[in-house]
Design a protein around this ligand. Structure first.
Ligand SMILES: Cc1ncc(COP(=O)(O)O)c(C=O)c1O
Length: 505
């Protein structure tokens, strides 16, 4: 065998990369190229993992592979109905960085929904963009919902020179912003709409799911395939949805933030996962959606009989969100605890799910547990969760749950709390990043400029971004929530109390 070019690989399949790679590896090419394992599981491999896992892992610039990747991306673009789709191997994080770098120049303004992920902050630091925040709607129960069109409009009125709007929808909890209306606002004002749809890659495949930003007028949309599609961790998609976006700038920006040695297994996983969604995704999402409805009913019914659940889900965030005009992802099953009433925190209860039923939730924290369903779960795992929820609803059974009766103080955040008010920015996140920093006592930080993002979970809204001025109300909320055991990234406890990182001027 001497020629490994595409002429010798004739198989035509709907899956350009998969078809080519099957034939290519079948020809047993003599590998004098990367990667170092040469297609063999010489390092021992993983028990149960086939040698072919290594066989398919080969440098992406060999033979006709680059062209097949491009064809595969075009196939994905057809399915998602976009102008162009890029496969990402470094998560949505890479896509978000590339969105900033391709659209916003240093010093230009971007309106950002305040519930943005940390990667948006990295986008601000790398691009040098200056943020103006559109605040999130927070319900009277203290639930973070999402950004509203009114908040976006207000931020654009106050920052008429803004170049782009960046919205995170759905939120981690599955609450969606009104992307159609926000799209209309952005179109009318001629600003770019950048959508972080990391949690919504499945939306286009479901019936009666919230609309994807792809069809709501967004110019660029990023989606984490690995979060809700049957794809490997690290795989994501960046979609160009408007002719206003320069594909060369996007491609060059991606080249700045991604590896030059992408793993082909990731690309194969994207191609096959998206294809599977095309053929069977609708049915899988329907099954998962029906299961979530059934499970929510179990929890609701349990509230009448079970004292633990009476303090749990005091009101259903999804009903509240829908009443206030937000769309919701039908696949998120969340339990909201009030540890003051239940005497047990979300993390403690999550431990019960894991220890007693072998269940790993998507996330748990002080007052929340999220279970993520996608439709690709094993049947007996769905049965496990059903059994656990039924047991939770059974007063006799759950009285055995450990740690009940602890004393917790309330950490509910209300719309009028200072951490929900517009922040005062002293310097841009980029300037703050390059500034020397020091750690000081949180108690003594009033008036200082914050050096790193400070983000409590819940509610997941950054209380402080680098470059923002720390005020007394914020210190108060941070102390209260940290002392209640809420996990706050950006502050640390030492012998003297809570410490925060500030700019050292
Ligand atoms: C809203 C949001 N955007 C972006 C990201 C980054 O995604 P990835 O992990 O695919 O890089 C996350 C990760 O959890 C996220 O929650």
């Amino acid at each position: 065998m001497s020629n490994l070019t595409e002429n010798n690989c004739k198989t035509e399949t709907a899956l350009p990369l998969t078809g080519y790679m099957e034939e290519f590896t079948g020809m047993d090419p003599a590998r004098f190229c990367t990667p170092g394992h040469k297609g063999n599981a010489v390092s021992g491999g993983l028990s149960g993992a086939p040698d072919s896992l290594f066989g398919y892992d080969i440098a992406d610039d060999v033979a006709s592979i680059p062209r097949k990747i491009r064809e595969s991306e075009s196939y994905a673009a057809q399915i998602y109905n976009t102008l162009r789709t890029f496969y990402l191997v470094n998560g949505s994080t890479a896509g978000i960085l590339a969105m900033f770098l391709s659209v916003i120049k240093p010093g230009e303004k971007v309106v950002i929904g305040r519930n943005c992920h940390r990667s948006a902050l990295s986008g601000l630091v790398l691009s040098g963009a200056v943020p103006a925040y559109a605040l999130c709607d927070i319900s009277s129960e203290g639930f973070q919902l999402n950004t509203t069109p009114q908040a976006v409009e207000k931020a654009l009125d106050q920052n008429s020179d803004a170049k782009a709007v960046f919205i995170t929808s759905p939120s981690y909890w599955g609450i969606c912003a009104d992307m159609e209306e926000i799209g209309r606002i952005c179109r009318d004002r001629g600003v770019f709409l950048l959508a972080d749809e990391a949690w919504g890659a499945h939306f286009p495949f479901g019936k009666n799911f919230p609309k994807s930003a792809i069809i709501c007028g967004a110019d660029l949309v990023v989606q984490s395939a690995h979060k809700t599609l049957p794809c490997l961790t690290g795989t994501s998609l960046l979609h160009i949805c408007s002719s206003k976006t320069d594909p060369v700038m996007v491609e060059e920006s991606l080249a700045l933030v991604q590896t030059t040695s992408p793993n082909l297994l990731y690309y194969l996983s994207l191609e096959q996962g998206i294809n599977r969604m095309k053929t069977d995704g609708g049915a899988a999402l329907k099954t998962a959606g029906d299961t979530v409805v059934r499970f929510r009913e179990i929890v609701k019914k349990g509230k009448t009989s079970c004292s633990l659940l009476q303090g749990c889900c005091p009101s259903d965030i999804y009903e509240i969100a829908q009443k206030r005009g937000f769309g919701t992802d039908p696949l998120k099953l969340s339990l909201f605890m009030d540890p003051v009433e239940t005497g047990i925190s979300g993390s403690e209860l999550a431990g019960w799910f894991t220890d007693s039923f072998g269940i790993i939730p998507e996330m748990s924290d002080f007052n929340t547990i999220i279970f993520l369903l996608t439709g690709w779960e094993k049947k007996h795992h769905i049965d496990n969760l059903e059994k656990a929820l039924k047991n939770l609803s059974d007063e006799n059974y759950n009285s055995g749950i450990k740690h009940r009766g602890k004393k917790y103080s309330s950490v509910k955040i209300h719309p009028e709390d200072s951490c929900c008010l517009p922040p005062t920015t002293a310097v841009s996140p980029r300037a703050a990043h390059f500034f020397p920093k020091k750690q000081i006592d949180l108690e003594e930080s009033e008036g200082e400029i914050c050096g790193v993002p400070v983000v409590p979970y819940p509610p997941g809204i950054p209380v402080l971004m680098p470059g923002e001025i720390i005020n007394a109300g914020t210190i108060n909320i941070l102390k209260k929530t940290a002392s209640a055991g809420v996990n706050i990234r950006g502050i640390e406890r030492n012998r003297n109390g809570w410490m925060i990182t500030v700019l050292d001027d």
